[in-house]
Design a protein around this ligand. Structure first.
Ligand code: APR
Length: 309
């Protein structure tokens, strides 16, 4: 059985563990800096197994060296937003947390694939890629599956159809500048541009952009965890089963879409090697302009990473 380690056993870490456990695709190790927390969550999740019927082995530890032997490490450690904060406001606190974790991953599991979840996602994925020294194939971030899931849900609600029949595409940074693509968003193959007015589509894309903030505003403390956890589990499955799925993920771009040296949301082929390909969609000049504007925000953000590099 493959081993997947999840660093950070908070809300997102526990949700990720649950969704992986239900898939029965790997042994799971939860790791948290707070003594007892990861073990407690692991025990709780293990005690759900007799009811849910999964046979997954789930352990917890506060000793990060136990990640040794993992095929994949998912990083969810860090602080969350409070109402009114943007993901970029988390940079300072989470960059130092994630830097130490990246060093430990490189030390204990130099051949692992790293899936980043901690925000600000695209910038911290870049930081982890730099600090770990891993290839761009083996470091990626979870954002696009979550953003498209939100978009899919809103479209399904609007049309009164099953969200299973809605497929969507969202590019760009995981933040206010993300770029939902209505032309590539379909209900059983029919683009939503043929099903919904431009005005409604604009409302749904805007709600998708603010999807995380909407939940932060409702929760008051903490942020979304179930949908991010489900999205991370889907990435783990695509890699472990070498599924070659085409999914939007935060990946290193090296000239694709005319953008260089950044992590941002793009469609990738996800398989056993990690990011096996970055796909290039045909974008309109307007879509390309919006995507490059999103990239510009993250280019400026990278400068703020300098103290940690
Ligand atoms: N090593 C291991 N765990 C750590 C470390 C560290 N160096 N630093 C912090 N943690 C743990 C905390 O102890 C806490 O249990 O990370 C966990 C974070 O859990 P929550 O506070 O519940 O936050 P969560 O909702 O899970 O979000 C975590 O994911 O989606 C993003 O924006 C979100 O950046 C945030 C991250």
């Amino acid at each position: 059985m493959n081993k997947v380690s999840i660093i950070g056993a908070g809300q997102v870490g526990a949700a990720t563990a649950l969704f992986i456990a239900r898939r029965q695709i790997a042994d799971i190790l939860l790791v948290d800096i707070v003594p007892g927390l990861a073990r407690g969550k692991a025990l709780d999740l293990s005690q759900a197994a007799p009811v849910e019927g999964y046979g997954t082995r789930i352990a917890g530890t506060d000793n990060i060296s136990e990640i040794e032997g993992s095929t994949i490490v998912v990083v969810t450690a860090g602080v969350t937003r409070r109402p009114g904060m943007s993901r970029l406001d988390l940079l300072e606190k989470n960059a130092s947390i994630v830097k130490g974790i990246a060093q430990d991953i490189a030390k204990y599991v130099p051949s692992a694939i790293i899936i980043m979840v901690t925000n600000p996602l695209d910038l911290l994925t870049y930081l982890v890629w730099k600090i770990s020294g891993f290839s761009r194939q083996r470091v990626l971030g979870q954002a696009g599956i979550l953003d498209t899931a939100r978009f899919r849900y809103f479209v399904a609600q609007e049309l009164g159809v099953s969200c299973q029949d809605v497929s969507a595409m969202v590019l760009g940074g995981h933040g206010d500048t993300m770029v939902p693509l209505p032309r590539y968003t379909c209900v059983s193959g029919v683009p939503i541009t043929e099903l919904l007015s431009a005005e409604i589509i604009a409302e749904l894309t805007e709600r998708t952009r603010r999807g995380g903030a909407e939940i932060v505003g409702l929760l008051k403390t903490g942020s979304a965890s179930f949908a991010p956890g489900a999205a991370a589990a889907q990435m783990v499955e695509a890699i472990l089963w070498d599924k070659k799925r085409i999914l939007p993920c935060s990946a290193y771009v090296q000239g694709e879409y005319g953008i260089e040296d950044l992590y941002m949301g793009v469609p990738v082929k996800l398989g056993a090697q990690g990011v096996e390909e970055v796909l290039k969609l045909k974008l309109t000049p307007e879509e390309l302009k919006t995507l490059r504007a999103s990239a510009e925000v993250y280019r400026q953000g990278i400068e703020q990473l300098t103290p940690y590099l």
